[in-house]
Design a protein around this ligand. Structure first.
Ligand code: XMP
Ligand code: MG
Length: 183
């Protein structure tokens, strides 16, 4: 695919690379202050959170550890099924750990709601959430996000880790996917 074909698939850039970078720096300063003197475990949710994790982790000055989980809730479509399955579990033991879940986007909130319940049963000392994006109008369950990047409209977005059928993850900005691509 060349870049003109990709542009035709997008209707609007919602959040630019620079806005993301600035926001992650701001969130990182808050996280550093809140976890001062503690060992933080960042838990990234594959695959969408890869970019957020990479950039947030490098913004954080103190030493952190990273672990990954892969869950499925969507398949190839654009609407949440609410059914969550663990495709890859964490390698770490969470007992006594301060855990920060790193997510790309909160849409219905069903995935994170399930994940919070699942991780809470493993004896972590604390669990908080950092999400780059949230669609407030799509919420089916309320999620308490301590570190939020941007609220966005209820439209399907791609880029900066977010995909449609595994494509567009490597776009540097977050953009709205044109409905003709998936309808
Ligand atoms: P829920 O609805 O459970 O969704 O909060 C969470 C997961 O669904 C994916 N998701 C999206 N992926 N563009 C994407 O590329 C979107 O607009 C979008 N909305 C939700 C994402 O993997 C997220 O972790
Ligand atoms: Mg996805």
């Amino acid at each position: 695919m060349d870049s003109r074909e990709i542009e035709a698939d997008l209707t609007e850039v919602l959040v630019t690379e620079q806005q993301i970078r600035d926001k992650l720096a701001e969130l990182a300063r808050r996280i550093e202050a809140d976890y001062e003197g503690r060992d933080l475990l960042l838990v990234g949710v594959l695959k969408g959170a890869v970019m957020v994790m990479a950039d947030l982790a490098r913004e954080l000055r103190p030493h952190v550890t990273m672990d990954w989980m892969a869950v499925s809730s969507y398949g190839m479509g654009t609407a949440s099924s609410g059914v969550v399955k663990i495709l890859k579990d964490l390698d770490s033991d969470l007992s006594g750990r301060d855990v920060l879940i790193v997510e790309d986007i909160i849409d219905s909130g069903l995935t994170l709601s399930w994940l919070l319940g699942n991780l809470a049963s493993r004896g972590a000392a604390s669990i908080e959430i950092c999400a780059l994006l949230r669609k407030p109008d799509a919420a089916k369950v309320e999620i308490d996000v301590k570190y939020l990047g941007f609220d966005i409209p209820n439209q399907f977005v791609v880029g900066y880790g977010l995909d449609y059928a595994e494509r567009y993850r490597n776009l540097r900005d977050v953009a709205i996917l044109a409905p003709h691509v998936y309808s």
